[in-house]
Design a protein around this ligand. Sequence first.
Ligand code: FAD
Length: 493
Amino acid sequence: MAFFVAWCLIYRMAVRILDVGEEHADYLHDESRRVGRAERIAFPETTEEVVEVLQVASENHWPVTVQGGRTGITGGCVPEGGLILNVSHMKAIGHLDGDRMTLQPGALLADIRSSIEGSGWFFPSDLTETTASIGGMVANNASGARSFKYGAVRNWIHALDVVLPSGEIVQVERGVHRANGRCFRLGAVGGRLQAHLRKCAWVKSAAGYYVEPDMDLVDLFIGAEGTLGVVTGITIQLLPKPEQLIGLTAFYASESEALRFVRFLREGGVAPPTAIEFFDSHALGLLRRMKAENPAFAGLPELAPEFHTAIYFEFECEVPDAVAEASASALECWFSEGEHEIVALKNFRHAIPESVNMIIAERKKTLPGLTKLGTDMSVPDERMEDVMQMYHEGLAEAGLDYVIFGHIGNNHVHVNILPRSKEEYERGRALYLDWAKQVVEWGGSVSAEHGIGKNKTDFLKLMVGQEGIRAMRELKRLFDPAGMLNPGNLFDG
Ligand SMILES: Cc1cc2nc3c(=O)[nH]c(=O)nc-3n(C[C@H](O)[C@H](O)[C@H](O)COP(=O)(O)OP(=O)(O)OC[C@H]3O[C@@H](n4cnc5c(N)ncnc54)[C@H](O)[C@@H]3O)c2cc1C
């Protein structure tokens, strides 16, 4: 430690770089339960301090891993040696400026929401996990239930301040800083954006870099998983808050009936809902079990044994008559109105991944190699029923325990496999790889919202091919020739 104190003095550093000790154990993993290692950690508070940290890391050839809220589920913020640059002390939330607001990257979604409560504005990004930081959301191009109407967070980011691996600070504003065809320049960095990566522009996707001719350069950093620069300032775009918000949960006796209702909501000529979410019979079973066995889940609503599948959907207007009529075929339909009642329903939704994470954490005590096996793939509209059939049949054949839930409106559900042994874990991984091949063949994406991180690099390779990975590496090299920032994310090494 004395070495670092002396060193900070030499460099006149405002920010301290600490040795990683036992007290930093939590900073070595994310919610995927992947566990890494690091020798040093820093908690900068300003953009200038981020610059200092990157300069010291560069001079010492330390790899740097950026961390926000550590709620990621792909190992993206899990270090593989070197220095952790944790932005959780950069959480200032600026004042409203018309329909925009400027934030530091560590500001949490829950705090952003509370800060605009009662202002008449709202931020459409709607992750289930509200302790995610805005920097992490930008880095992953995160989405959520309401992305059915509002799209991913990319749509609500107006401008970014980014510290490049060289220590240079760049500011990129939508509509102002753009590529010229496929050529771009940002500060000292410039080059060509190759036509290589957007293999599935027609489905929801957060896999790999976003590249388009004449693109807004702010989009280069959104979804780049911290591989091109550290985001230190974010200007978000807000929308007038809808006057009405109605959430409904329809319970069906079978999955096929529930999927027919999803098709009706999407294609029945009615005003489109804001969100369409899905819970399979295993997810409802898990909620029943958690309510019965764990006092922390005692507040969950009672679910009748005949409820097989549930669809949650949301309207920002009166429920259209045709939807009310169509939902009459459900066994039961719960109605909730206003933000307060809807938050209670969201807790119900959040309880599923939370329970899965608890189960994995428990099983990891006896099976240390275990990580969460959760899919995040999307397919084109016409493949919705096919992909559900593929998941159920594969899992039944493999004899694995699982739950399925998520954003069925975008044909994007999360299959969470719950392995009970190392052998089941391997079987689950093999199955996941087979699914990914099929999804890519159907024109889908291997990651719709969680990103690739370190856990899904094989899948990105599958989707964009060797040529795509080579082109991605070239883009990364333009910004980060030494490969210092977030090594291991998107592609190995
Ligand atoms: C229960 C649960 C529910 C979830 N629900 C959703 C959901 O509905 N939708 C969804 O999209 N995701 C969801 N997630 C996943 C997760 O919340 C998101 O991926 C989120 O965007 C991660 O943000 P974070 O701040 O925790 O980032 P971290 O986990 O800390 O980091 C994620 C990635 O971003 C990079 N990063 C972080 N901060 C910066 C920065 N300032 N500059 C550059 N790079 C940075 C990291 O290096 C890493 O690669 C859920 C997770 C859990 C546990």
